[in-house]
Design a protein around this ligand. Structure first.
Ligand SMILES: NC(=O)c1ccc[n+]([C@@H]2O[C@H](COP(=O)([O-])OP(=O)(O)OC[C@H]3O[C@@H](n4cnc5c(N)ncnc54)[C@H](O)[C@@H]3O)[C@@H](O)[C@H]2O)c1
Length: 361
């Protein structure tokens, strides 16, 4: 079992491995009431041992399921959850356990951030995407019709338990989508601090795609280590370092919004990475083979490299509203100094990058 520490006040551990959920009782500690937020499918597959372990601490366990899908990541769900918690008498000294993917983690995390001005939350991610990314770092948010993650808060969990055994039941498309965030780490993970995500993918791609537990434990730990390092150095996205985790995400969020979430988040990130590589190459920041490597890696992981059919003008309009934008268009791009924010790239470079992902400018 790998244990990584996020060095924020107060520090907390990310536990990665087969059986990490066995640490849930310790992570919850002594509470009067514990609200477990999950989804019906996740509860059916992985709920029983978690509920039993929490109940064994002597806590009263309240299960508050939410619906599936990105639409459930809404203020309406937050209202429903917090009203259920209030009706169940959940107090500030109690705790929330979020058992599920990023939708559960983001929604339960945000509800926990605002309920009683903050109750502790234990993140128990059960998708690859949430284990390598969403559950770590305390970013919580829900969507508005105007865009993704527009209402949120920083609310660090008290622990993250990434049990790779849960990934065995993940639908294939969800598993592949998680590999979109893995590809992000592989492509941003250059330089002296590299945890060699790309090297692991090169050496054990087949084992990863076959969901070999040992390969997944290694992969999740290496990706999580990058997130833990970045979050520890820039917990609230003030220095620009944490913004680098949004590599590929500017276009990805626009693809999700304009495409009405036809692409899953990780699939949109995959296309966004190809776009970011092409944009960096068009701006002369990286050589063409480095951009080609973006496309090759994404394709090797069985992820989409193009997103035809969405109008560039609509995507640009959404990207202008991106939280990371300073009034214009901002992209995180690779370059001679590593990953940095690039404002307002010229139209020909944008056109080339759109063309690289099959979108007519
Ligand atoms: N907070 C952050 O820093 C951050 C980072 C990246 C992504 N996100 C957010 O994460 C969300 C996407 O999360 P996701 O990709 O995990 O999708 P998701 O939460 O929608 O889960 C995908 C599907 O898999 C099911 N599922 C989950 N675990 C399962 C398991 N072990 N076995 C079987 N089925 C299982 C879920 O019920 C759901 O139907 C997006 O809303 C995105 O914005 C947040």
């Amino acid at each position: 079992m790998e244990r990584l520490t996020v060095a924020v006040p107060p520090a907390y551990d990310v536990v990665v491995g087969v059986g990490a959920l066995g640490a849930v009782a310790d992570a919850v500690g002594a509470r009067r009431t514990v609200a477990v937020v999950s989804q019906p499918g996740v509860l059916a597959a992985h709920g029983d041992p978690v509920l039993a372990a929490v109940a064994a601490t002597g806590a009263r366990v309240v299960v508050t399921p939410i619906a599936d899908g990105e639409d459930a990541k809404s203020l309406a769900t937050v209202e429903a959850l917090t009203r259920e918690w209030a009706a169940a008498g959940l107090l500030r000294g109690d705790a929330v356990v979020a058992l599920g993917g990023g939708v559960v983690g983001d929604t339960a995390g945000f509800a926990a951030a605002v309920y009683h001005r903050g109750v502790p939350v234990v993140q128990c991610p059960t998708t690859l995407l949430a284990q390598v990314d969403a559950a770590i770092g305390g970013k919580t948010a829900v969507n508005l019709p105007e865009g993704k993650n527009l209402v949120g808060a920083f609310h660090q969990p008290v622990a993250v338990l990434a049990d790779v055994a849960t990934l065995a039941t993940l639908p294939e498309r969800e598993f592949r989508a998680g590999l979109g965030e893995v590809a992000k780490y592989a492509l941003m993970d250059v330089g002296p601090d590299s945890t060699a995500v790309a090297a692991l993918l090169d050496a054990r791609c087949d084992a990863v795609l076959a969901r070999d537990p040992a390969a997944l434990a290694d992969l999740v730990a290496r990706c999580a280590a990058i997130k833990v390092r970045v979050v520890s150095d820039d917990p609230e996205e003030r220095t620009g370092l944490r913004a680098t985790l949004n590599y590929g995400h500017t276009l990805a969020h626009a693809l999700e919004t304009v495409g009405h979430h036809d692409l899953h988040h990780g699939e949109a990130v995959a296309v966004g990475l190809v776009f970011a590589g092409a944009l960096a190459a068009a701006l002369g920041r990286i050589p063409d083979p480095a951009a080609a490597h973006h496309r090759d890696l994404v394709a090797a992981l069985g992820l989409p490299t193009v997103a035809p059919g969405l109008p560039a003008a609509d995507l640009l309009a959404v990207m202008h509203r991106d939280k990371k934008a300073h009034g214009g268009l901002t992209f995180v791009l690779r370059g001679p100094d590593g990953l940095t924010a690039v404002d307002d790239p010229p139209a020909p470079a944008l056109d080339a990058a759109f063309a690289a992902v099959g979108i007519d400018a």
